[in-house]
Design a binder for this molecule. Structure first.
Ligand SMILES: Cc1cc2nc3c(=O)[nH]c(=O)nc-3n(C[C@H](O)[C@H](O)[C@H](O)COP(=O)(O)OP(=O)(O)OC[C@H]3O[C@@H](n4cnc5c(N)ncnc54)[C@H](O)[C@@H]3O)c2cc1C
Ligand code: SF4
Length: 586
């Protein structure tokens, strides 16, 4: 059968989906590639900010039975397809994103290839740092990774960066600025004035970063180099890929020679992809009756949880891809994520100014690698919205002094016959506290054991089994470091995230990896590591995975650089290694 609806269907638009969409739609332009994304688009100024509207920024879909959200959905009048998809599992909570651009919409912009040492025996020889190096380079160029500009403009001074540098010096650790995918103009040497707009090299309008620190709730000025402004922008605008947002892929079935669904086939006659429009009544219990398209090839890029869940359902529930490796779901990792807080230190940090991460401090990851205790500490800015929240959470008695002073001065003025006039001093007095400006979160990530597992629960929805104990040497070292940072800055409290404590004892990650890892065969992995078939699912021709799920271990560094490099490699294999090497001109 040669009469497919599409040459390729790409599922998901995070780093893996955006890169493969772009490269494949260049090879097969003008509507031959279909991109399915369950989340919404976020044009400039569309990320929500008010507490009430933030409800709509959460991902709650009634037929996903992960949490009993039906009452909330009723109150909202249906599904809310927001960007924040918060998941809670037994020993590991996770935050992932939904939207056209995937995790890039709310990530902290850091682009960091990991050190050579993480490419251990679990990485096949065809995919070590050396092979990936040119792909890291091209992704770095497209994503515009660079350190935050340093010049004499006082508005470019980020106090937080200096604070973390000084802490690192005190602890005898190396700290340096890190590359971030943020737009400061196209010319790296001469940054555009703050707030000035220009077209990026692909033609999308962006704003030179305004230092508002809202990167993790969505950049309303399009200053983050999110994927919808580069790879996806080109896929759609230049190569005319067809995009369906707010559509969730539900199942993949091989076709037979006559174009009929045939789970006994291996993809040589193409696939049918079932999906549904999330704005209509949705039901994911069966594939029959759902809309579908046929395609020569499929790239699954729905993120670790999305991809692994979709493939597990296809293998074990719908039984449409029964030959997928038994390794599916294994080697899950939280990339050593760990969150701490240094609260009310002696020095201002001003965490609500500047891109949310600007630097990294090395603890045996890049230098003196210690595979059980290799991690980074990165500075953690946060949105002013949260700072107001922090001040608001202060116990009321903390405001009593200011209120007393205000009443006293008001009475004095009234007695002098002058009760009216300026009262800004009273508000300044009330907000002059040090809670939000002298506190910060401490973001750690490192090399955990990567021995978790994604599996389906009784509702056929994905869960994480996280054997925390095997990564305990790493977490213990991080806990010691939280304490040490607290002592250096004389913080009132230096503590890990509350859910780490008893009785929950949970990790929180934003950097999930694994589940469909690359290997040399179906015994060692789910996806093929040979360059010409890179990312292809063992047992199925034309079915690929390109996203964080193919990464076989924790990488210690922020993972989007590695996911991007590996996804460039998947796309290169599909479009033909004999063709030209992928370049940043796209
Ligand atoms: C707050 C935060 C900060 C972060 N900061 C950084 C950072 O600074 N640097 C870094 O390297 N990494 C960072 N990360 C992690 C990074 O965002 C992820 O590692 C990365 O986005 C993973 O890319 P991916 O291609 O695997 O999938 P994702 O980016 O997760 O994209 C998957 C996409 O698939 C869609 N999808 C899922 N299921 C379906 C389906 N069935 N049908 C259709 N679509 C579907 C999802 O909606 C999503 O858009 C951060 C993450 C978060 C949440
Ligand atoms: S600091 Fe503000 S303007 Fe700059 S990238 Fe982050 S959200 Fe966008």
């Amino acid at each position: 059968m040669e009469n497919f609806n599409f040459e390729a269907v790409v599922i998901g638009t995070g780093f893996g989906g955006a890169i493969t969409s772009c490269r494949l739609s260049k090879k097969w332009p003008d509507g031959q590639v279909l991109i399915l994304e369950r989340g919404k688009r976020y044009p400039m100024a569309s990320f929500l900010r008010s507490p009430h509207d933030t409800i709509k920024n959460l991902w709650n879909v009634a037929d996903e039975k992960r949490v009993p959200m039906q009452p909330l959905n009723k109150q909202q009048g249906g599904n809310t397809l927001g960007v924040f998809d918060l998941r809670t599992y037994k020993k590991m909570d996770a935050l992932i994103a939904a939207g056209f651009g995937g995790g890039s919409l709310i990530y902290s912009n850091v682009f960091m290839p990991p050190p050579d040492e993480i490419f251990d025996e679990r990485w096949p020889d065809s995919c070590k740092k050396g092979q990936l190096a040119p792909y890291y380079q091209v992704a770095k160029e497209v994503l515009g990774a660079r350190p935050v500009p340093q010049n004499s403009d006082p508005r470019r001074e980020i106090i937080r960066t200096g604070w973390f540098q000084d802490v690192a010096d005190e602890l005898g650790r190396k700290s340096e600025l890190t590359d971030i995918n943020v737009f400061f103009g196209n010319d790296f040497e001469r940054p555009l004035e703050i707030g000035v707009q220009a077209k990026n090299r692909y033609g999308a309008i962006q704003t030179s970063c305004t230092y508002c620190a809202e990167c993790n709730i969505g950049c309303n000025t399009h200053s983050k180099n999110t994927l919808d402004l580069n790879y996806l922008f080109v896929a759609e605008q230049r190569y005319h890929a067809k995009v369906l947002t707010e559509h969730r892929a539900e199942g993949i079935v091989p076709l037979d020679a006559n174009g009929m669904d045939d789970p006994a086939e291996n993809g040589r006659f193409g696939y049918r992809v079932y999906y549904q429009d999330l704005n209509n009544q949705v039901d994911r219990t069966a594939l029959t009756g759902l809309p579908s398209v046929t395609t020569r090839r499929v790239v699954v890029s729905a993120g670790c949880l999305g991809t692994t869940e979709l493939l597990l359902r296809c293998r074990d529930v719908y039984q449409t891809l029964p030959a997928i490796s038994q390794k599916l779901g294994y080697a899950a990792s939280g990339n050593g994520d760990f969150l701490g807080f240094a609260i009310e230190g002696k020095r201002p940090i001003n965490p609500t100014y500047g891109p949310v991460i600007t630097q990294r401090t090395d603890f045996n990851l890049f230098e003196n690698f210690d595979h059980q205790r290799a991690f980074l500490l990165e500075d953690g800015g946060y949105a002013p919205l949260l700072a107001w929240g922090v001040e608001g959470f202060k116990p009321r008695f903390m405001f009593l002094g200011s209120i007393k002073r205000f009443i006293k001065s008001f009475i004095n003025r009234w007695l002098r016959g002058n009760s009216m006039g300026s009262f800004g001093y009273a508000i300044a007095d009330m907000l002059g506290g040090e809670m939000s400006t002298n506190s910060t979160w401490l973001q750690f990530m490192g090399v955990d054991a990567g021995d978790g597992r994604f599996y389906l629960n009784a509702h056929n929805e994905v869960e994480i089994d996280w054997p925390q104990e095997s990564s305990m040497p790493l977490y213990q070292e991080i806990l010691k470091t939280i304490k040490a940072v607290g002592e250096v800055v004389d913080a009132k409290y230096a503590v890990p995230i509350a859910t780490w404590g008893k009785p929950l004892n949970k990790n929180l990650t934003v950097h999930l990896l694994g589940g469909c890892i690359i290997g040399t065969d179906a015994e060692s992995g789910v996806t093929d590591a040979t360059p010409e078939h890179f990312g292809q699912v063992f047992g199925y021709s034309g079915l690929y995975v390109a996203d964080g799920s193919i990464v076989p271990t924790a990488v210690g560094a922020n993972p989007c650089a590695t996911i991007s490099a590996m996804s460039e490699m998947v796309a290169h294999g599909i479009t033909g290694l004999d063709g030209s090497f992928p370049d940043a001109a796209l």
